[in-house]
Design a protein around this ligand. Structure first.
Ligand code: ADP
Length: 397
């Protein structure tokens, strides 16, 4: 079965075509500058990337172009579009409607549209991507939505309520949702496979550390808490986002600097985090390099990140009454030996220690636990597209 995975942004659209009978990616690519002019970057198998400028006035044009390239003589991987049996879409926000992935029908699309209030930057793009696929591929090709929030819907009330008046939840659905759920679910399942134990018997802490970062406490396969909140701004310090703050700082800075709500939103989302503290870069590689050369602000940024990861891990051990495994994933988690080592430094009394030599790996699925320590520490590369393809097959097939 061939499945097309779509991750749609406001002016971009990423795609991967899977052959699920072989669990293999046949082709992948990216449409950029949709609605501006249009660039397609396409890679088929082991062939070199093909880049072409092509006007795309909307997501419909982008999907048409993707279909053309997938069947083209020179760069294609299939003979006919009809070989694609289903489409899986990444959808940022499923609110309280979705606890798992769902086949897209009118009701489902209505619910996704309803969640635009909660994810005004992301859900409209997902809706455009879904409608474009329906238009271009026809009603016979089943569409599936896979939500970033769904995995976290098992959190108990004490974890997802904020201490603001109850009516804020009733009126506006203000609560913790959590994000990166597809990634947390995937690495938790992989961790259980690596440990050779049923997921239902494990207490895991999964650390998805990238430009956006979140940690989840996964008890018996169910998420019981996570660091991102009502929006993906909460929790850990990130590339350009603050993470959790004393809320009074927001109004204080707005008053002092005369910022409007929109300006303040940009300030906390785009000008803060590693970039804001280091005053150098949102990219951890550059922050690490500068810290190594003695740059104090870069060192503070790195230290905040590692200290916060450690604190959240500690709090989730308490929340679950123990931990069997800790997983590092995404750009930073998979690649930064420094962050992994510093985040878990000094936790020997909790049964946690990593082997410094085993820790010198990048992007490989590997157990890096120090000999004799009970808590298993693992690096597991995430693969959200694969989960989307798999969920699509499970629902459609
Ligand atoms: P996104 O959230 O955009 O998907 P990624 O998961 O790709 O982000 O992670 C991007 C982050 O990973 C950046 O901060 C980048 O610096 C970091 N990163 C990538 N490779 C390395 C590396 N070798 N060492 C340290 N950090 C790395």
């Amino acid at each position: 079965m061939k499945v097309l995975v779509i991750n749609s942004g406001s002016s971009s659209l990423k795609y991967q075509l899977y052959d699920m009978s072989q669990e293999k990616v046949l082709a992948k690519g990216l449409c950029e500058r949709i609605g501006i002019d249009g660039v397609l970057k396409h890679k088929a198998g082991d062939k070199e990337q093909y880049v072409v400028n092509h006007t795309m006035k909307d997501h419909n044009d982008a999907i048409k172009l993707v279909m053309d390239i997938l069947v083209s003589k020179e760069h294609g991987v299939i003979d006919s579009v009809s070989e694609i049996e289903a489409c899986g879409h990444r959808v940022a926000h499923g609110g309280e409607y979705f606890t798992q992935s769902a086949i897209i029908d009118d009701k489902c699309l209505e619910a996704i549209t309803d969640c635009i209030a909660l994810a005004p930057l992301h859900n409209p793009a997902a809706v455009m991507g879904i409608k474009a696929c329906q238009n271009v591929m026809g009603k016979d090709v089943k569409q599936v939505a896979v939500f970033d929030t769904a995995f976290h819907q098992t959190m108990p009330e004490k974890a997802f309520f904020y201490p603001v008046p109850y009516e804020m939840y009733e009126k506006y659905k203000v609560r913790k949702y959590g994000f990166h759920g597809t990634s947390h679910r995937f690495v938790a399942q992989r961790a259980a496979a690596m440990l050779g134990k049923p997921l239902e018997e494990l207490k895991l802490i999964t650390c998805h550390l990238g430009n956006g970062s979140s940690i989840a406490a996964v008890d018996g396969g169910r998420c019981v808490d996570t660091t991102m909140g009502f929006t993906p701004l909460d929790g850990l310090i990130m590339g350009t986002r603050t993470g959790s703050l004393d809320p009074a700082i927001v109004t204080f800075i707005m008053e002092k600097e005369g910022y409007s709500p929109k300006e303040m939103n940009d300030f906390v989302n785009k000008r803060s985090g590693l970039l804001g503290i280091s005053q150098l870069s949102s990219d951890l590689r550059e922050v690490e390099e500068a810290a190594n050369q003695g740059n104090h602000k870069a060192q503070i940024a790195l230290d905040i990140l590692c200290y916060q990861i450690k604190r959240y891990i500690g709090s989730y051990i308490a929340a679950m009454g123990g931990v069997d495994g800790i997983v590092f994933t995404a750009g930073i988690g998979e690649n930064s030996a420094t962050v992994r080592a510093k985040s878990l430094e000094g936790l020997e009394k909790l049964g946690i220690a990593i082997d410094p030599e085993k820790n010198q790996v990048r992007g490989k699925e590997v157990n890096i636990t120090r000999e004799g320590f009970p808590v298993q520490v693992m690096i597991i590369p995430t693969n959200e597209e694969w989960v989307i393809a798999k969920d699509t097959v499970n629902l459609v097939g």
